[in-house]
Design a protein around this ligand. Structure first.
Ligand code: DX5
Ligand code: ZN
Length: 221
């Protein structure tokens, strides 16, 4: 596999929600490559976070891609609103709609990158016959819903399996990992083939003065 710099995507779920714009600016200045935004509906996952209006408010504060992780069901009726709000990547769970392929094509038609997210129990084979329609892949290394959970080593084999599936396409599809990513677990993810790391707790701990060192520690892994 060609060696490339790992993409670091801080999750604003661990930021200070009273100043999300400033927090986005701070992690960007500290070296973040993407800004990961966790959207939860209290139905698909047992937590409620933010909607398109909040993405719209954050967007002008950053120039890095806004990586929107949709943990909502049904997801289809909201794709356009999140795209209009400024999402550059729209990541959806196969369980969040009846036709994954139709949803991915819709995302591309809206002009965003179309990503698929795998819960710990979801098998990567759901995208095997539609790799041409996938721009990005995200492996959850926790059950979605909350930050600060412990990394599940069982997902490392899935990262490797998806690495092989992506390599077969010959396309440079980012392989992202989300949940419990620390400098220690980041190393395992990158060794398994991950090229992008989402981290909430590990980036935002210690406050703005610590962001650059926190991001560098993850990238160094
Ligand atoms: C959880 C979210 C994650 C979360 C990660 O459902 O998808 O992005 O913010 O948080 P940490 O890095 O603290 O595990
Ligand atoms: Zn996420």
């Amino acid at each position: 596999m060609p060696q490339r710099a790992t993409i670091i995507a801080p999750s604003i779920l661990s930021a200070d929600f009273a100043k999300l714009g400033e927090e986005g600016e701070a992690v960007q200045a500290a070296g973040a490559d993407w800004l990961h935004v966790d959207v939860m509906d209290g139905h698909f996952v047992p937590n409620i976070t933010i909607g398109p209006e909040v993405v719209k408010a954050i967007k002008p504060h950053v120039t890095i891609p806004v990586d929107v992780h949709l943990m909502i069901s049904p997801v289809d009726p909201y794709l356009e609103a999140f795209r209009d709000a400024g999402a550059d990547h729209l990541l959806i769970h196969p369980e969040a709609g009846p036709h994954l392929n139709r949803s991915l094509r819709h995302i591309r038609k809206l002009g965003a990158k179309a990503g698929v997210v795998f819960n710990p129990s979801t098998d990567p084979s759901v995208i095997r016959w539609m790799m041409d329609d996938v721009d990005q892949v995200l492996v959850m290394s926790i059950n979605p819903g909350f930050g600060g959970q412990t990394f599940m080593p069982s997902q490392l084999a899935k990262i490797s399996a998806l690495r092989a599936m992506i390599d077969e396409t010959g396309r440079d599809i980012p392989l992202e990992v989300d949940g419990g990513v620390t400098p220690e677990t980041a190393k395992l993810c990158v060794e398994a083939g991950a090229t992008a790391l989402v981290a909430g707790t590990a980036v935002f701990r210690g406050g703005p003065m610590a962001y650059a060192a926190n991001i560098a520690a993850l990238r160094g892994a």
